[in-house]
Design a protein around this ligand. Structure first.
Ligand code: NI
Length: 227
């Protein structure tokens, strides 16, 4: 399941972030690609060791922690610090799959990539091409979102970035290890959580169906979550 979470950052926050990114140290994106992906990756990324990159990453992590929609959809256990990329005219990232395991920089901790996230930092009219194409079980989805919006998709999917033909595409990207490893179980919990939230709006938080379903949600989460 592909989930879009709108307005993780507001326009002011995007603007601030981009001012910093303009001054930052961009490197060849192939430095962090896996063996299969390295040949078809043509972009730039911010130096992960640069303190400015780490500040920008922390800013995004703080925004995510305030997003109930993200927490409900991802049920995050560990989040890899966000990285930043840009694609200029002619640049692209061919079809590939993300590595299953990543090391959290500066630590000995590994993270299993259950979900991949892209947070768009350029407006749609600033560039042409640069769509994120995700092959899911049934078809191919083309994703291009407004600045500040984010997409979550299963890290098992094959995906690519189509060539940018005008302007420049800027984004943050990162991976999440979820407390719930199986996508179908996580999706069912997310669906239940959405139902509870809409019932809460309609009936109030003390209504019996809301309490009953909340109890069911937490019973399931106890069974399915690893912490
Ligand atoms: Ni990828």
């Amino acid at each position: 399941m592909i989930i879009v979470i709108p307005q993780v950052l507001n326009l002011d926050q995007v603007k601030q972030m981009r001012q910093h990114m303009d001054q930052a140290n961009w490197q060849d994106g192939r430095n962090t690609a896996g063996t299969q992906a390295i040949g078809n990756k043509h972009n730039q990324q911010l130096d992960q060791d640069d303190p400015l990159t780490q500040q920008l990453a922390d800013f995004i992590l703080a925004a995510l922690a305030r997003q109930p929609e993200f927490v409900a959809a991802a049920l995050p256990l560990k989040i890899l610090p966000p990285m930043f990329n840009r694609y200029r005219q002619g640049e692209t990232y061919g079809l590939h799959v993300d590595n299953a395991i990543r090391l959290i920089p500066g630590s000995a901790t590994r993270l299993r990539t259950d979900l991949s996230a892209t947070l768009f930092l350029a407006e749609q009219n600033e560039y042409e091409g640069g769509e994120l194409e995700i092959e899911d079980q049934y078809d191919t989805q083309r994703i291009k979102l407004d600045a500040g919006d984010m997409v979550l998709y299963p890290s098992t999917s094959l995906h690519r970035i189509t060539p940018v033909t005008r302007g420049q595409r800027l984004a943050a990207f990162f991976w999440i290890q979820s407390m719930v490893r199986q996508h179908e179980q996580r999706q069912a919990l997310y669906q239940l959580d959405n139902t509870i939230r809409s019932l809460t709006t309609d009936l109030g938080q003390d209504a019996k169906p809301v309490l009953d379903l909340t109890q069911v949600y937490h019973k399931l989460l106890r069974q399915l979550a690893d912490t």
